[in-house]
Design a protein around this ligand. Structure first.
Ligand code: GLC
Length: 548
């Protein structure tokens, strides 16, 4: 499979389309909207988890990996979805959450009841001699990473919410359970898998205190054993399908490890998600802060990853948005004055890079963060915990502003199908409210918009131009403070990609070796050019791809 020719669309099922009027999106709703999705000509859909779950972390706390949660539908609905997508040559990518399971999973319940087989599935530890927690680790959602294991006197580890108990991958039975789940879904015709927070499954057997909170992640991230466990999972499950496609969500990873995770010779995964480029608007690494994004750093990170992964034959997922991120348009573009142009510029920047692009539902409309006015409009456990922490050191107004700009709920609001009260998503009040649907919605985009159409063009280009799918990557204008540019090269051909990342016009000096005749592959200003000039003037948020 040529991964460079594939484009993946991400659907957050809870927020895509509600077919049965309960305020929550569902599988039948997705089936109804297949004709819409098919217009983009994408190859796979990654679905966030719709398995049985008490939903403390919106489905990332799975209580039964083999069943569809009745809120989302039935197994019959799933099979119909798969069959209908297949008619459009669209494959399914399921979200496999194996670092942890719900504390309502029967494994955890049996463990609590004292069954030794299942106690060995989890990280159960005694408190320290002074009765303090087993280690000083923090949960990624705030607060300590340990919770009382019933009245046993022990504690269980949870790197995420306390309803998500970490599974102990050192136990071969746990690894077999993971392979069994993947194989079950393979038998249901699924060939795509996204593995949630996969690079933290290799915690040590003996857990020790961190000495520096900033280095704590190093204690359990990208440990050598992670590679071994992925290889084993590959061999025992998806690796048996020639056409499988897999992506590992890798938090705080390195290029070196990512090459190993994704170089085909290693037999681990098809590709990885890394997040360094989405931390350039964190103040000293702190997500819950508000600072303008650091453009220089963004370029450095992306250039380093593109060239590093290219040299090591690794493969990257290319993305700005997902269900854990506020909208990129609000962070890096101008959602008010240049919504169309900046959305297209952001799309061009990553769609012409080396890797497999992911489009998060609504991105193709230029959706933006909701204009919520108060904390009670947010539902995410992470946002609520963060707010409660922030008000210890900030005023309530400041704390709210920060949550407003960073909450994961920002991108989890219902898809805007039309401008009506509930955005055409549902007949009743949705689980999370949409805002600004009068300005941004599918109906309006089809009638008078330009972003959807631009995405269609980008996807088409990737499929027709080997330079885009297979070309090597080289940075261009590395020191420029306003322009994000690069070259793609293959078999003597060169693609020049130039993006003005800001709302002010600017000019670049084109190196003489690129001042050659060629043709425009895509331009968000309908520019016509037969040769790159020595001085190229760029409009606000202008993108241009020129093939020599
Ligand atoms: C991943 C998911 C996120 C979830 C977390 C814990 O980061 O994308 O939504 O909360 O893992 O499973």
């Amino acid at each position: 499979m040529n991964l460079g020719k594939k484009v993946i669309y991400q659907i957050y099922p809870k927020s895509f389309y509600d077919s049965n009027g309960d305020g929550v999106g569902d599988i039948r709703g997705i089936i109804e909207k297949i004709p819409y999705i098919a217009k983009l000509n994408i190859d796979y859909i990654w679905f966030n988890p719709f398995f049985v779950s008490p939903q403390y972390d919106n489905g990332y706390d799975i209580a039964d990996y083999y069943k569809i949660d009745p809120k989302f539908g039935t197994m019959d609905d799933f099979e119909e979805l798969a069959a209908k997508l297949k008619e459009h040559n669209i494959g399914i990518m399921l979200d496999m959450v194996f670092n942890h399971c719900s504390t309502e999973h029967e494994w955890f319940k049996k463990a609590l009841a004292g069954d030794p087989k299942y106690k060995a599935y989890f990280y159960l530890r005694d408190p320290k001699e002074d009765c303090s927690l087993p280690t000083n680790w923090q949960s990624k959602f705030g607060g300590p990473a340990w919770e009382k294991f019933g009245d046993t006197g022990k504690y269980y580890l949870h790197l995420y919410a306390k309803q998500q108990a970490d599974l102990d991958w050192h136990n071969p039975d746990v690894r077999q359970e993971a392979a069994n789940v993947v194989n079950f879904w393979r038998e249901h015709g699924v060939s795509g898998f996204r593995f949630d927070v996969l690079n933290v499954i290799g915690k040590d057997k003996v857990l020790v205190d961190s000495t520096d909170p900033n280095q704590e992640k190093m204690l359990y991230t990208d440990t050598p054993v992670v590679h071994q466990y992925i290889k084993e999972l590959n061999e025992n499950s998806f690796g048996q399908d020639a056409d499988s496609i897999t992506v590992g969500e890798m938090s705080s990873t390195t290029i070196e490890n990512s090459i190993r995770y994704s170089n085909p010779a290693e037999h681990e995964l098809s590709m990885i998600f890394s997040f360094h480029h989405l931390k350039v608007d964190y103040d000293h690494g702190e997500k819950w802060s508000m600072v303008p994004f650091d453009f220089k750093k963004l370029k450095e990170i992306m250039f380093e990853w593109q060239t590093g992964m290219d040299q090591g034959n690794g493969w990257q997922a290319l993305f700005w948005n997902n269900h854990d991120q506020p909208w990129a348009l609000n962070r890096f573009g101008d959602p008010v004055k240049y919504r169309n142009k900046s959305a297209e510029m952001l799309a061009t920047t990553i769609h012409l890079m080396r890797g497999t692009p992911y489009i998060y539902m609504g991105e193709e409309l230029g959706m933006v963060d909701p204009s919520y006015q108060s904390m009670d409009q947010y539902v995410d456990v992470e946002a609520i915990n963060a707010y409660n922490e922030l008000i210890k050191t900030h005023s309530k107004e400041e704390a709210f502003k920060i949550v407003h700009s960073k909450a994961r709920d920002n991108s989890r609001t219902p898809m805007h199908w039309d401008g009506s009260e509930y955005a055409g998503f549902s007949q009743v009040k949705p689980w999370l409210l949409p805002t600004d649907q009068e300005q941004i919605n599918v109906e309006k985009e089809f009638a008078s918009g330009e972003i959807f159409n631009y995405y269609q063009k980008l996807i088409k280009l990737r499929k027709s131009e080997d330079l885009i799918s297979d070309g090597h990557f080289e940075p261009l204008f590395a020191d420029d403070h306003q322009v994000f540019a690069y070259l793609r090269k293959l078999n003597g051909e060169t693609l020049v990609v130039i993006n003005n990342f800001y709302g002010d016009p600017c000019e670049v000096s084109v190196p003489s070796e690129l001042q050659k005749s060629g043709n425009v592959l895509i331009s968000n200003y309908a520019r016509e050019l037969s040769e790159l000039p020595a001085k190229l003037k760029l409009q606000p948020y202008e993108s241009l791809a020129f093939k020599l």
